[in-house]
Design a protein around this ligand. Structure first.
Ligand code: SF4
Ligand code: SF4
Length: 383
């Protein structure tokens, strides 16, 4: 891969990572970062670098996530975990209104959360946030809750250097190199006494943050060290998606028997949509207390894998699993492009890892492409 000269703001010794976290805390941010929890890596609020999964890696396969204890000093030596930053910008459950019958009041619930700092976002996370920005803020109909949190947040990205076997950001997204969408980007290099982070800035907010840190100058060799890490991550990912026009492929496959074959394995559990960092559907629930004096309106994540999701007067439109999986995959990889001008998939691989029966979006797309090729070959043979 071509070596692109970087403009490093400097380098931060790994044992001074807390100075970055302290700077974020001092500026009033709530710092969200990867942590090890329940035999997996997920996201949580942290106040110190000791909470990061230092020395831990991951092995991901369709339907499987395993932590590996490398025992080294790397802070970010793993791919993406179960959760995504979506859950902070677009929470899975959020109260919208309080309604009180005594004083006939209806009170909108305001967001009182501190500004968020996302530490450890990968290129696929940046891509996913850009996709959700398009959905929630990219039209005349802006979601004010999302927009407030998004505009207030700061993103400290980390270049991925150990992608998992379920990652395919090189094919589907814009990874593994963090190129845009961050305020600060770190590249973790070296070990032991040489363990450090190369620091780049992507915004004025990011520059103001790192100006408060005691950064050391980078050397000429650091460009190459950074590039080597990106190249290693690219090389670790195999081509995953069929080399074809995927939106057109899926539009032509609406009647394919392959949907039934997927549905025979699919549990309709909705894990794929819940773990996906770009899925954005939600529903509204109203609840009241037992005497009917107080009511609340809540927004909750929804999934195209539930019957309720397609319920309109008279029943659900998508009654069978085949139609629900078809809706998910076709929207994500085809109609999303028509709707938003971009694919809904970043290649993060979460839906592959966290599908309990190991349904693999890459394998299914290759299957549809193979079916299309076979149909074309048959047509030409009989012409
Ligand atoms: S569809 Fe799967 S691979 Fe693509 S962004 Fe969603 S979870 Fe990641
Ligand atoms: S995670 Fe797997 S089993 Fe669950 S709904 Fe998605 S494709 Fe089906």
């Amino acid at each position: 891969m071509e070596l692109r000269p970087r403009s490093f703001a400097g380098q931060l010794k790994a044992d001074q990572l807390n100075s970055l976290i302290d700077a974020l805390l001092d500026q009033g941010y709530r710092v969200i970062a990867p942590v090890k929890r329940d035999a997996a890596i997920t996201l949580a609020e942290i106040r110190t670098s000791e909470s990061l999964p230092q020395g831990w890696g991951d092995e991901q396969q369709p339907g499987s996530f395993r932590l590996t204890d490398r025992g080294d000093t790397e802070y970010f030596g793993f791919a993406v975990g179960a959760g995504s930053f979506k859950q902070y910008l677009f929470p899975s459950r959020r109260k919208l209104l309080d309604i009180d019958r005594h004083d006939m009041s209806m009170t909108k619930v305001e967001d009182t959360e501190k500004p968020l700092a996302f530490l450890g976002a990968r290129a696929c996370d940046l891509d996913a946030i850009a996709i959700q920005d398009r959905v929630f803020m990219g039209s005349d109909f802006v979601d004010p809750f999302y927009a407030k949190r998004r505009n207030e947040c700061i993103i400290i990205a980390v270049n991925c250097h150990r992608p998992s076997s379920t990652c395919f950001c090189t094919d589907a997204g814009k990874g593994p190199e963090c190129r845009s969408g961050f305020d600060v980007a770190l590249t973790e290099v070296g070990v032991d006494d040489d363990h450090r982070f190369l620091v780049e800035t992507g915004s004025e907010k990011g520059t103001a943050l790192v100006n408060n840190l005691d950064l050391e100058a980078t050397t000429e060799a650091d460009d190459a060290a950074r590039q080597e890490i990106i190249d290693r991550a690219v090389a670790a990912m195999q081509p995953a998606l069929p080399d074809t026009d995927i939106p057109a492929l899926l539009k032509a496959a609406t009647e394919s028997p392959r949907w039934e074959s997927i549905a025979e394995r699919c549990l309709n559990c909705a894990n794929c949509t819940l773990s996906c960092p770009t899925c954005f559907c939600s529903g509204i629930e109203d609840v009241t207390d037992l005497d009917g004096t107080h009511a609340e309106r809540w927004q909750t994540w929804s999934s195209c894998f539930t019957m309720d999701h397609s319920y309109i007067h008279g029943g659900s439109i998508r009654r069978i699993g085949a139609s629900r999986y078809r809706q998910w995959l076709t929207h994500k990889m085809s109609f999303w492009v028509d709707q938003f001008g971009m694919s809904g998939c970043t290649g993060c691989g979460r839906c592959v890892t966290w599908c309990p029966v190991g349904i693999d979006i890459r394998e299914e797309l290759r299957g549809f492409a193979g079916d299309a090729l076979e149909a074309t070959t048959n047509e030409e043979a009989t012409a």
